[in-house]
Design a protein around this ligand. Structure first.
Ligand SMILES: [Mg+2]
Length: 276
């Protein structure tokens, strides 16, 4: 972690790009259980106060949900893998074909009929995307219901307007032409010449890793084990990400980039101890 920290802390201008689930908080059995640990809001608030630095959370969740989970005034937010975005204090911009959005309303009804009688499935309507979570379903049912879910999507949605995404125990229908890589490129275009750091744990983060790598940034896979990835760095779990972010803040503050006083001892350690 040391060379990573040294390189990041030396940057006068930087952009922290952070996935949420599995990166800032551990993966939970149900998406509604992945709450921010105490201290995360405080940590992000400090980071958004670093002069010359920006902070964005780039997630598959909706911007509305991210704002509820992370009430931090200075955050840029990217939701639904890039189909939504919002600058600090501003409204949500949706990037999506109107024909897709209209058709998606019909798919939501049909998919609800499919998933409702099944054990362990959670259907999540994101407005511009539809996710079927099967973390608590039996593997054999997950495969069968998943196939029928995709068949329904083909029936209801105009060809070429959508993509199917497989993540960690989730199948998601999302608008074509959006991914975390494009979203990150859009964010970085507003701050040319900044050092980009992207932290993510899932397959959907690979697009963002590639974007950041092309732009000479730092990509960090959050995973306890090595695996094929475009990221050149790896941290084990959200606790290590918190530790990195806390240390980055301290070092920037020490080099004159901070100005809000040094943090209390808990930010120099392993976060609040409940993470990871
Ligand atoms: Mg994630």
């Amino acid at each position: 972690m040391e060379d990573l920290l040294a390189r990041a802390a030396a940057a006068e201008r930087g952009y922290l790009l952070l996935d949420y689930d599995g990166t800032l908080v551990p993966i939970a059995a149900r998406p509604d259980l992945a709450r921010p640990g105490p201290g995360l809001v405080e940590l992000l608030t400090r980071l958004t106060g670093m002069p010359g630095w920006q902070v964005a959370v780039v997630s598959g969740r909706t911007v509305e949900e991210l704002r509820r989970l992370l009430p931090v005034a200075g955050l840029y937010l990217v939701g639904v893998h890039g189909a939504e975005r919002a600058a600090p204090g501003e409204g949500v911009e949706r990037i999506c074909d109107p024909a897709f959005r209209e058709a998606l309303r019909h798919l939501v009804g049909a998919a609800d009929e499919l998933a409702r009688p099944e054990e362990g499935f959670v259907l999540e309507d994101k407005g511009v995307a539809l996710a079927l979570h099967y973390r608590q379903a039996a593997p054999s049912r997950a495969a069968e219901v998943g196939r029928r879910f995709v068949r329904l999507a083909r029936t209801h949605l105009p060809p070429g307007t959508w993509r199917l995404l497989g993540g960690k125990k989730v199948l998601e229908i999302r608008p074509a032409g959006t991914d975390k890589g494009r979203a990150v490129a859009g964010l970085l275009a507003d701050y040319p010449g900044t050092l980009a750091l992207y932290f993510g744990d899932d397959v959907t983060d690979e697009d963002a890793f590639r974007t950041v790598r092309r732009q000479g940034g730092i990509e960090v896979l959050v995973s306890p084990v090595a695996r094929p990835t475009a990221a050149r760095y790896r941290l084990d779990n959200p606790s290590r990400v918190w530790e990195f972010l806390g240390q980055l803040w301290v070092r920037r503050a020490e080099t004159g980039g901070g100005g809000q006083g040094l943090p209390t001892h808990k930010h120099k350690g392993r976060g609040d101890g409940r993470v990871g």
